[in-house]
Design a protein around this ligand. Structure first.
Ligand code: NI
Length: 186
């Protein structure tokens, strides 16, 4: 089932999420399926639970459609991250453009660490402790930020914030055009 994606200005996007009790979480598999379906329909590469209105520490990513000769590592990158916790960040700070399904029409450069270490449970509740680098680390950090109520627009320069202010203010007022199913604050 395709879920509505919550848009900038909705308070749920600012909540710090909590770890779930994965063994007794109602319909976890169904939620994960719905999150992937919702993400694909909106043509995203990642989606976090607050973006579908939930204060739970879950996100999904799928970079496998972007796999090519230059990025063979994307191939196996359809993944579910439950109770994710980044335990280390390192490497160079790298700047690249990002967007977000909750902030349609805004794309800005964001500086992030090039390497992370993250612990999480997968969809089968198997525990992992993994290092990711490069674009994978970027996508994971973007989704992970959602779990802490942080949006990529928080990390852009003051000038770029000003340049986007009217778009963001309109979103907060529910004025936004989008070709996927959304939910605004009003
Ligand atoms: Ni996002």
């Amino acid at each position: 089932m395709i879920l509505p994606i919550y848009i900038y200005g909705h308070p749920v996007l600012r909540k710090v999420t909590r770890d779930i009790d994965a063994n007794s979480y109602p319909n976890l598999k169904e939620l994960i399926d719905n999150m992937f379906e919702t993400m694909y329909q909106a043509e995203g590469v990642g989606l976090a639970a607050p973006q579908v209105g939930l204060e739970d520490r879950i996100f999904v990513v799928d970079l496998s459609p972007l796999a090519d000769e230059e990025h063979p590592e994307f191939k196996g990158m359809k993944k579910v991250f439950i109770n994710a916790h980044i335990t280390e960040r390192g490497g160079d700070m790298v700047i690249a453009e990002e967007g977000c399904l909750s902030i349609p029409g805004v794309h800005e450069k964001v500086s992030r660490e090039d390497e992370i270490r993250i612990s999480y449970l997968d969809e089968n509740l198997q525990a992992h402790d993994q290092i990711y680098k490069g674009y994978l680390a970027r996508v994971i950090q973007h989704e992970y930020d959602h779990l802490d109520g942080i949006l990529f627009t928080d990390k852009i320069s003051l000038l770029r914030k000003r340049m986007n202010k009217s778009k963001l203010t309109n979103m907060e007022k529910g004025k936004v055009a989008c070709d996927y199913r959304i939910k605004t604050v009003r």
